[in-house]
Design a protein around this ligand. Sequence first.
Ligand code: ZN
Length: 132
Amino acid sequence: MLYTYHLKTPPEGFLSITAQVKGAVAESGVQSGICVVFCPHTTAGITINENADPDVQTDLLLAYRAAFPDCAAFRHCEGNSAAHAKASAMGSSATVIIENGILLLGTWQGIYFCEFDGPRNRTFYVKIIEAR
Ligand code: ZN
């Protein structure tokens, strides 16, 4: 089963998509399998990280800004190479095990769509594969 979702994003930020992914798993009816969350964009990504303290997402964004600052030597004509670098480092997907009909996320884990070059209209996919 494939589920498609659309988001309007801020200039930068981590948007929780845990509820949408859990909803897709519930709708699929799959009891045991794999869930892949995929971002089809080159300046955004997907990650799993802490869902309790929102300051963690803020700090991750600060860490990415520090790790991938804008650089006058960048050549890409669109002028958003730092965002491309952040997206590559973050990765464009996350995989979570489904067992007994629920995602095996840790208590403190949430799934996030990571915007590095917004605001934009974005899409992400959730693919659910049943284990045999
Ligand atoms: Zn670009």
